[in-house]
Design a protein around this ligand. Structure first.
Ligand SMILES: [Fe+2]
Ligand SMILES: [Fe+2]
Length: 407
Protein backbone atom coordinates (compact mmCIF):
# COMPACT_ATOMS: atom_id res chain seq x y z
CA UNK A 1 0.00 0.00 0.00
CA UNK A 2 1.28 3.48 -0.84
CA UNK A 3 -0.03 6.95 0.01
CA UNK A 4 -0.24 8.97 -3.21
CA UNK A 5 -1.05 12.68 -3.43
CA UNK A 6 -4.30 13.28 -5.34
CA UNK A 7 -2.44 15.45 -7.88
CA UNK A 8 -0.21 12.49 -8.72
CA UNK A 9 -2.90 9.82 -9.02
CA UNK A 10 -3.17 8.02 -12.35
CA UNK A 11 -6.41 6.48 -13.68
CA UNK A 12 -6.22 2.71 -13.37
CA UNK A 13 -4.60 2.59 -9.92
CA UNK A 14 -6.43 0.44 -7.37
CA UNK A 15 -7.74 2.07 -4.18
CA UNK A 16 -6.35 0.29 -1.10
CA UNK A 17 -8.44 2.15 1.52
CA UNK A 18 -11.94 3.67 1.25
CA UNK A 19 -12.19 7.43 0.76
CA UNK A 20 -14.87 9.52 2.51
CA UNK A 21 -15.82 13.22 2.23
CA UNK A 22 -15.90 15.67 5.13
CA UNK A 23 -19.41 14.54 6.03
CA UNK A 24 -18.34 10.92 6.20
CA UNK A 25 -20.06 9.96 2.95
CA UNK A 26 -18.29 7.25 0.99
CA UNK A 27 -16.69 8.61 -2.17
CA UNK A 28 -15.02 5.41 -3.36
CA UNK A 29 -14.78 1.96 -1.80
CA UNK A 30 -11.60 -0.01 -1.29
CA UNK A 31 -10.61 -2.25 -4.23
CA UNK A 32 -12.09 0.02 -6.94
CA UNK A 33 -10.10 1.09 -9.98
CA UNK A 34 -9.59 4.85 -9.85
CA UNK A 35 -11.00 6.74 -12.86
CA UNK A 36 -10.35 10.36 -13.85
CA UNK A 37 -13.79 11.46 -12.57
CA UNK A 38 -12.89 9.98 -9.14
CA UNK A 39 -9.72 12.09 -9.08
CA UNK A 40 -11.85 15.18 -9.84
CA UNK A 41 -14.25 14.34 -6.98
CA UNK A 42 -11.34 13.77 -4.56
CA UNK A 43 -10.03 17.25 -5.45
CA UNK A 44 -13.44 18.87 -4.91
CA UNK A 45 -13.61 17.39 -1.42
CA UNK A 46 -10.05 18.36 -0.60
CA UNK A 47 -8.78 14.79 -0.34
CA UNK A 48 -5.08 15.50 -0.54
CA UNK A 49 -3.87 11.89 -0.68
CA UNK A 50 -5.28 8.37 -0.88
CA UNK A 51 -3.83 4.93 -0.34
CA UNK A 52 -3.41 2.84 -3.45
CA UNK A 53 -2.34 -0.78 -3.83
CA UNK A 54 1.38 -1.03 -4.52
CA UNK A 55 4.63 -0.45 -2.70
CA UNK A 56 4.94 -0.10 1.08
CA UNK A 57 3.88 3.11 2.83
CA UNK A 58 6.74 5.55 3.23
CA UNK A 59 8.25 5.15 6.69
CA UNK A 60 9.70 8.61 7.03
CA UNK A 61 7.11 11.00 5.71
CA UNK A 62 9.36 14.05 6.00
CA UNK A 63 9.58 15.68 2.58
CA UNK A 64 13.18 15.00 1.53
CA UNK A 65 12.91 17.53 -1.36
CA UNK A 66 13.02 20.46 1.07
CA UNK A 67 16.26 22.37 1.50
CA UNK A 68 17.77 21.11 4.81
CA UNK A 69 19.04 24.60 5.65
CA UNK A 70 15.56 26.06 5.23
CA UNK A 71 14.10 23.24 7.32
CA UNK A 72 16.59 23.99 10.08
CA UNK A 73 15.74 27.70 9.96
CA UNK A 74 11.97 27.00 10.04
CA UNK A 75 12.39 24.57 12.96
CA UNK A 76 14.42 27.13 14.93
CA UNK A 77 11.89 29.94 14.48
CA UNK A 78 8.96 27.63 15.21
CA UNK A 79 10.66 26.43 18.40
CA UNK A 80 10.67 30.03 19.57
CA UNK A 81 6.97 30.42 18.77
CA UNK A 82 6.26 27.13 20.57
CA UNK A 83 7.73 28.30 23.87
CA UNK A 84 4.39 27.84 25.65
CA UNK A 85 3.84 24.23 24.54
CA UNK A 86 5.63 21.00 25.41
CA UNK A 87 7.49 19.94 22.27
CA UNK A 88 7.85 16.43 23.67
CA UNK A 89 4.09 15.87 23.83
CA UNK A 90 3.15 13.38 21.04
CA UNK A 91 0.44 15.63 19.56
CA UNK A 92 2.68 18.71 19.56
CA UNK A 93 5.59 16.70 18.15
CA UNK A 94 3.48 15.68 15.14
CA UNK A 95 2.05 19.20 14.65
CA UNK A 96 5.57 20.64 14.86
CA UNK A 97 6.86 18.28 12.15
CA UNK A 98 3.97 19.10 9.81
CA UNK A 99 4.18 22.85 10.54
CA UNK A 100 7.91 23.02 9.78
CA UNK A 101 7.34 21.48 6.34
CA UNK A 102 4.29 23.69 5.72
CA UNK A 103 6.20 26.84 6.63
CA UNK A 104 9.08 25.84 4.31
CA UNK A 105 6.73 25.22 1.40
CA UNK A 106 4.76 28.44 1.93
CA UNK A 107 7.57 30.85 2.63
CA UNK A 108 6.60 31.28 6.28
CA UNK A 109 9.98 30.68 7.81
CA UNK A 110 10.19 34.17 9.28
CA UNK A 111 8.43 33.92 12.67
CA UNK A 112 7.01 37.44 12.24
CA UNK A 113 5.97 36.91 8.62
CA UNK A 114 2.25 36.46 9.27
CA UNK A 115 1.97 39.22 11.84
CA UNK A 116 0.98 42.78 11.21
CA UNK A 117 1.98 45.23 13.86
CA UNK A 118 2.69 48.94 13.92
CA UNK A 119 5.35 49.69 16.49
CA UNK A 120 4.43 52.43 18.93
CA UNK A 121 6.04 53.38 22.15
CA UNK A 122 4.63 51.52 25.10
CA UNK A 123 3.84 53.40 28.31
CA UNK A 124 5.93 52.27 31.28
CA UNK A 125 2.89 51.08 33.14
CA UNK A 126 -0.09 50.17 31.00
CA UNK A 127 -3.36 50.98 32.66
CA UNK A 128 -5.46 48.07 33.83
CA UNK A 129 -9.21 48.32 33.28
CA UNK A 130 -12.25 46.19 33.86
CA UNK A 131 -13.39 45.74 30.28
CA UNK A 132 -17.00 44.81 30.99
CA UNK A 133 -17.48 47.68 33.48
CA UNK A 134 -15.79 50.05 31.09
CA UNK A 135 -18.19 49.00 28.32
CA UNK A 136 -21.11 49.93 30.57
CA UNK A 137 -19.51 53.17 31.69
CA UNK A 138 -18.82 54.30 28.12
CA UNK A 139 -22.31 53.08 27.17
CA UNK A 140 -20.86 51.08 24.30
CA UNK A 141 -23.48 49.25 22.30
CA UNK A 142 -22.17 46.14 20.64
CA UNK A 143 -22.93 45.75 16.93
CA UNK A 144 -26.19 44.10 15.93
CA UNK A 145 -26.33 40.94 13.89
CA UNK A 146 -27.86 41.55 10.43
CA UNK A 147 -31.56 40.64 10.44
CA UNK A 148 -31.12 38.60 7.27
CA UNK A 149 -29.37 35.93 9.35
CA UNK A 150 -32.42 35.42 11.59
CA UNK A 151 -34.81 35.44 8.65
CA UNK A 152 -32.63 32.91 6.87
CA UNK A 153 -32.48 30.59 9.88
CA UNK A 154 -36.25 30.78 10.17
CA UNK A 155 -36.89 29.90 6.56
CA UNK A 156 -34.28 27.11 6.63
CA UNK A 157 -35.77 25.64 9.82
CA UNK A 158 -39.09 25.19 8.01
CA UNK A 159 -38.95 21.84 6.18
CA UNK A 160 -41.57 23.09 3.73
CA UNK A 161 -39.33 25.93 2.47
CA UNK A 162 -38.20 25.66 -1.12
CA UNK A 163 -34.79 26.63 -2.51
CA UNK A 164 -36.50 29.67 -4.12
CA UNK A 165 -37.86 30.86 -0.75
CA UNK A 166 -34.42 30.52 0.85
CA UNK A 167 -32.86 32.34 -2.10
CA UNK A 168 -35.43 35.11 -1.79
CA UNK A 169 -34.19 35.89 1.75
CA UNK A 170 -30.51 35.74 0.75
CA UNK A 171 -31.18 38.05 -2.20
CA UNK A 172 -32.32 40.78 0.20
CA UNK A 173 -28.68 41.27 1.11
CA UNK A 174 -26.65 42.11 -2.02
CA UNK A 175 -23.30 41.62 -0.26
CA UNK A 176 -24.31 38.20 1.06
CA UNK A 177 -25.63 37.18 -2.35
CA UNK A 178 -22.42 38.23 -4.08
CA UNK A 179 -20.24 36.41 -1.58
CA UNK A 180 -22.29 33.21 -1.62
CA UNK A 181 -22.12 33.07 -5.40
CA UNK A 182 -18.40 33.67 -5.21
CA UNK A 183 -18.05 30.75 -2.82
CA UNK A 184 -20.05 28.28 -4.91
CA UNK A 185 -18.12 29.33 -8.01
CA UNK A 186 -14.73 28.94 -6.28
CA UNK A 187 -12.44 26.04 -7.07
CA UNK A 188 -13.53 24.53 -3.72
CA UNK A 189 -16.68 23.22 -5.39
CA UNK A 190 -15.37 23.07 -8.98
CA UNK A 191 -18.87 22.83 -10.47
CA UNK A 192 -18.55 22.39 -14.24
CA UNK A 193 -20.65 25.47 -15.13
CA UNK A 194 -21.04 28.93 -13.60
CA UNK A 195 -23.75 29.23 -10.91
CA UNK A 196 -25.46 32.62 -11.14
CA UNK A 197 -28.60 32.02 -9.06
CA UNK A 198 -28.74 31.66 -5.28
CA UNK A 199 -31.57 29.11 -5.56
CA UNK A 200 -29.29 26.94 -7.69
CA UNK A 201 -26.49 27.35 -5.11
CA UNK A 202 -28.88 26.26 -2.33
CA UNK A 203 -29.83 23.07 -4.18
CA UNK A 204 -26.22 22.29 -4.96
CA UNK A 205 -24.53 22.82 -1.61
CA UNK A 206 -27.40 22.27 0.82
CA UNK A 207 -29.30 24.42 3.31
CA UNK A 208 -27.20 23.59 6.38
CA UNK A 209 -24.05 24.71 4.65
CA UNK A 210 -25.72 27.87 3.29
CA UNK A 211 -26.96 28.89 6.76
CA UNK A 212 -23.51 28.34 8.32
CA UNK A 213 -21.78 30.32 5.62
CA UNK A 214 -24.36 33.11 5.74
CA UNK A 215 -24.06 33.45 9.51
CA UNK A 216 -20.25 33.52 9.52
CA UNK A 217 -19.99 35.85 6.52
CA UNK A 218 -22.61 38.30 7.81
CA UNK A 219 -21.03 38.54 11.24
CA UNK A 220 -17.49 39.02 9.99
CA UNK A 221 -18.65 41.57 7.42
CA UNK A 222 -19.87 43.81 10.29
CA UNK A 223 -16.20 44.35 11.04
CA UNK A 224 -14.83 44.70 7.53
CA UNK A 225 -14.04 48.41 7.85
CA UNK A 226 -11.63 48.18 10.77
CA UNK A 227 -8.67 50.46 9.89
CA UNK A 228 -5.42 48.73 9.03
CA UNK A 229 -3.63 50.67 11.79
CA UNK A 230 -5.57 48.55 14.27
CA UNK A 231 -5.55 45.14 12.63
CA UNK A 232 -4.94 43.59 9.26
CA UNK A 233 -8.41 42.16 8.64
CA UNK A 234 -7.18 40.01 5.78
CA UNK A 235 -4.78 38.22 8.08
CA UNK A 236 -7.49 37.95 10.76
CA UNK A 237 -9.94 36.43 8.25
CA UNK A 238 -7.32 33.99 6.98
CA UNK A 239 -6.76 32.77 10.55
CA UNK A 240 -10.53 32.48 11.11
CA UNK A 241 -11.29 30.71 7.84
CA UNK A 242 -8.42 28.24 8.31
CA UNK A 243 -9.69 27.43 11.85
CA UNK A 244 -13.23 27.02 10.49
CA UNK A 245 -12.17 24.57 7.79
CA UNK A 246 -9.83 22.62 10.05
CA UNK A 247 -12.52 22.38 12.76
CA UNK A 248 -14.97 21.02 10.21
CA UNK A 249 -12.52 18.46 8.83
CA UNK A 250 -11.66 17.28 12.38
CA UNK A 251 -15.39 17.02 13.16
CA UNK A 252 -15.96 14.90 10.06
CA UNK A 253 -12.95 12.75 10.94
CA UNK A 254 -14.47 12.15 14.39
CA UNK A 255 -17.86 11.33 12.80
CA UNK A 256 -19.46 14.29 14.58
CA UNK A 257 -22.86 15.45 13.34
CA UNK A 258 -21.91 19.04 14.21
CA UNK A 259 -19.66 19.76 11.22
CA UNK A 260 -21.46 23.00 10.28
CA UNK A 261 -21.58 24.34 13.85
CA UNK A 262 -17.88 23.64 14.12
CA UNK A 263 -17.21 25.48 10.89
CA UNK A 264 -19.05 28.56 12.24
CA UNK A 265 -17.38 28.25 15.67
CA UNK A 266 -13.96 28.22 14.02
CA UNK A 267 -14.91 31.24 11.94
CA UNK A 268 -16.04 33.22 15.01
CA UNK A 269 -13.74 31.92 17.75
CA UNK A 270 -11.59 35.09 18.02
CA UNK A 271 -14.43 37.54 17.32
CA UNK A 272 -14.09 39.04 20.81
CA UNK A 273 -10.66 40.31 19.79
CA UNK A 274 -12.24 42.50 17.10
CA UNK A 275 -14.39 44.15 19.78
CA UNK A 276 -11.30 44.81 21.88
CA UNK A 277 -9.43 46.25 18.88
CA UNK A 278 -12.32 48.52 17.82
CA UNK A 279 -13.50 49.90 21.14
CA UNK A 280 -10.24 49.86 23.07
CA UNK A 281 -7.52 50.37 20.43
CA UNK A 282 -4.98 51.93 22.77
CA UNK A 283 -5.41 49.34 25.50
CA UNK A 284 -5.29 46.59 22.87
CA UNK A 285 -2.09 47.96 21.43
CA UNK A 286 -0.51 48.10 24.86
CA UNK A 287 -1.57 44.55 25.56
CA UNK A 288 -0.15 43.25 22.26
CA UNK A 289 3.11 45.15 22.84
CA UNK A 290 3.39 43.76 26.36
CA UNK A 291 2.73 40.19 25.23
CA UNK A 292 5.46 40.52 22.59
CA UNK A 293 8.02 42.21 24.83
CA UNK A 294 7.46 39.73 27.61
CA UNK A 295 7.00 36.74 25.24
CA UNK A 296 3.68 35.86 26.85
CA UNK A 297 0.48 34.49 25.37
CA UNK A 298 -1.79 37.34 24.28
CA UNK A 299 -4.97 36.02 25.87
CA UNK A 300 -3.23 35.75 29.26
CA UNK A 301 -2.09 39.39 29.06
CA UNK A 302 -5.65 40.37 28.03
CA UNK A 303 -6.95 38.75 31.19
CA UNK A 304 -4.42 40.57 33.33
CA UNK A 305 -5.20 44.01 31.89
CA UNK A 306 -8.92 43.76 31.09
CA UNK A 307 -10.07 41.25 33.72
CA UNK A 308 -11.44 39.12 30.89
CA UNK A 309 -10.09 37.72 27.63
CA UNK A 310 -11.35 37.80 24.05
CA UNK A 311 -13.06 34.41 24.47
CA UNK A 312 -15.30 35.86 27.20
CA UNK A 313 -16.02 38.95 25.09
CA UNK A 314 -16.96 36.61 22.23
CA UNK A 315 -19.32 34.75 24.56
CA UNK A 316 -21.00 38.05 25.44
CA UNK A 317 -21.63 38.74 21.76
CA UNK A 318 -23.03 35.26 21.14
CA UNK A 319 -25.36 35.78 24.11
CA UNK A 320 -26.54 39.15 22.87
CA UNK A 321 -27.14 37.74 19.40
CA UNK A 322 -28.98 34.73 20.85
CA UNK A 323 -26.87 32.35 18.78
CA UNK A 324 -27.09 28.61 19.53
CA UNK A 325 -25.57 27.59 22.89
CA UNK A 326 -23.11 25.29 21.16
CA UNK A 327 -21.44 28.29 19.45
CA UNK A 328 -21.21 30.09 22.78
CA UNK A 329 -19.69 26.96 24.33
CA UNK A 330 -17.08 26.57 21.59
CA UNK A 331 -16.10 30.25 21.42
CA UNK A 332 -15.99 30.85 25.17
CA UNK A 333 -13.85 27.80 25.92
CA UNK A 334 -11.58 27.61 22.90
CA UNK A 335 -8.55 28.27 25.13
CA UNK A 336 -9.70 26.01 28.01
CA UNK A 337 -12.03 23.39 26.52
CA UNK A 338 -11.83 21.04 29.51
CA UNK A 339 -13.93 23.61 31.44
CA UNK A 340 -16.68 23.63 28.80
CA UNK A 341 -20.07 22.05 29.26
CA UNK A 342 -19.56 20.32 25.94
CA UNK A 343 -15.81 19.76 25.91
CA UNK A 344 -15.47 17.74 22.67
CA UNK A 345 -16.57 20.43 20.15
CA UNK A 346 -14.70 23.11 22.14
CA UNK A 347 -11.57 20.92 22.01
CA UNK A 348 -11.86 20.60 18.24
CA UNK A 349 -11.79 24.42 17.88
CA UNK A 350 -8.96 24.59 20.46
CA UNK A 351 -6.89 22.08 18.48
CA UNK A 352 -7.65 23.76 15.15
CA UNK A 353 -6.54 27.13 16.59
CA UNK A 354 -3.29 25.64 17.93
CA UNK A 355 -2.54 24.01 14.57
CA UNK A 356 -3.38 27.09 12.47
CA UNK A 357 -1.14 29.21 14.72
CA UNK A 358 1.65 26.63 14.26
CA UNK A 359 1.22 26.61 10.47
CA UNK A 360 1.27 30.43 10.46
CA UNK A 361 -1.88 30.93 8.34
CA UNK A 362 -2.88 34.54 9.11
CA UNK A 363 -3.11 35.83 12.66
CA UNK A 364 -5.67 37.29 15.02
CA UNK A 365 -2.89 39.14 16.85
CA UNK A 366 -1.31 36.23 18.71
CA UNK A 367 2.39 35.73 18.13
CA UNK A 368 2.91 32.40 19.88
CA UNK A 369 1.42 28.94 19.53
CA UNK A 370 -1.19 28.73 22.32
CA UNK A 371 -0.93 26.01 24.94
CA UNK A 372 -2.57 22.57 24.61
CA UNK A 373 -5.23 21.68 27.19
CA UNK A 374 -3.90 18.22 28.09
CA UNK A 375 -7.08 16.95 29.81
CA UNK A 376 -9.21 17.99 26.86
CA UNK A 377 -6.77 16.38 24.45
CA UNK A 378 -6.87 13.06 26.34
CA UNK A 379 -10.65 13.21 26.33
CA UNK A 380 -10.75 13.59 22.54
CA UNK A 381 -9.13 10.14 22.10
CA UNK A 382 -7.55 11.16 18.83
CA UNK A 383 -4.34 9.72 17.44
CA UNK A 384 -1.78 12.27 16.21
CA UNK A 385 -1.20 9.95 13.24
CA UNK A 386 -4.36 11.41 11.63
CA UNK A 387 -2.96 14.97 11.64
CA UNK A 388 -1.09 14.68 8.35
CA UNK A 389 -4.21 13.57 6.48
CA UNK A 390 -6.61 15.98 8.25
CA UNK A 391 -4.31 19.01 7.94
CA UNK A 392 -3.56 18.13 4.29
CA UNK A 393 -7.27 17.96 3.51
CA UNK A 394 -8.01 21.22 5.35
CA UNK A 395 -5.15 23.22 3.80
CA UNK A 396 -6.23 22.02 0.37
CA UNK A 397 -9.79 23.26 1.03
CA UNK A 398 -8.42 26.50 2.43
CA UNK A 399 -6.48 27.16 -0.77
CA UNK A 400 -9.64 26.64 -2.81
CA UNK A 401 -11.70 29.01 -0.62
CA UNK A 402 -9.07 31.64 0.15
CA UNK A 403 -10.04 33.72 -2.91
CA UNK A 404 -13.35 34.64 -1.23
CA UNK A 405 -11.37 36.73 1.26
CA UNK A 406 -10.26 39.15 -1.45
CA UNK A 407 -13.33 41.37 -1.21
FE1 LIG B 1 -8.35 32.82 20.77
FE1 LIG C 1 -7.39 31.94 17.16
Amino acid sequence: MEAVQTDRLKPGQILAEEVRDINGRLLLAKGNEIQSNHIRIFKIWGISEVNVAGACRRKDKFDSRLDPELVEQAAESLKFLCRHVDLEHPAIKEIFKIAVQFRCRHNLVDPEGNLYFIEREMPHEAQKINFLEEMNRKKIILPEIPSVVFELNEVIANPMSSAEQIAEVVNRSPSLTALLLRIVNSSFYSFPSKIDKVSHAVTLIGTREISGLALGISILSIFRNIPKEIIDMYSFLKHSLACAILSRVFAAHLNSNQTEQLFVSGLLHDLGRLILYIYFPNESHNIITRSRNESRLLYKVEKEYLECDHAQVGKQLMEQWKLPMILENNVCYHHKPSDAQQPIPATIVHLADLIVNSLGIGSSGERFVPHLDYDAWENLELSPSCFEKVIGQATHQFKALETILHV
